[in-house]
Design a protein around this ligand. Sequence first.
Ligand code: ZN
Length: 185
Amino acid sequence: MTNQALLIIDYTNDFVADKGALTCAEPGQVLAPNIVKLAEDTHQADGWVLLPTDVHTPNDPYHPETKLFPPHNVRGSWGRELFGPVKDWFDQNQSADNVWQFDKTRYSAFAGTDLDLRLRERHVDTLILTGVCTDICVLHTAVDAYNLGYKLIIPQNAVASFDTAGHAWALNHFKTCLGAEIILS
Ligand code: ZN
């Protein structure tokens, strides 16, 4: 196995599909072939393909996002299913040992999850971040990864946001403040 992991963050119907509750819509949808190619390349190269996926209980009075956003990524709902071609790729490859999806309940894939432990067990030191939204869940995951000492690679054609100014700001922040390598996949 390699020391690299590809993270596909929150690429679900609610965040990407036209009828999603918090959708990026087209800027998110056009990423699909790029993300699938990265997943396939990483898988073939014996890297790790991980899918951190938001999960919520609707109107949870204790969750900070309840006041900020409409209900989204509710467990068992259509909105929480992976979007389009990425769903197809995952369905075909999810039984592989180096491919797994896991729940997260905050923006960062590290918050309240065992991601850091699992990566360290596998001697992973480099993360390739993809998915949505560039300036929310990808950003918070990148900041935590930086603080934990991971190297970051961000393919700019595999991340998107509903907020184009936020997307541009976050890409610049990844490069200038987190030392990320920004690439075209
Ligand atoms: Zn959420």
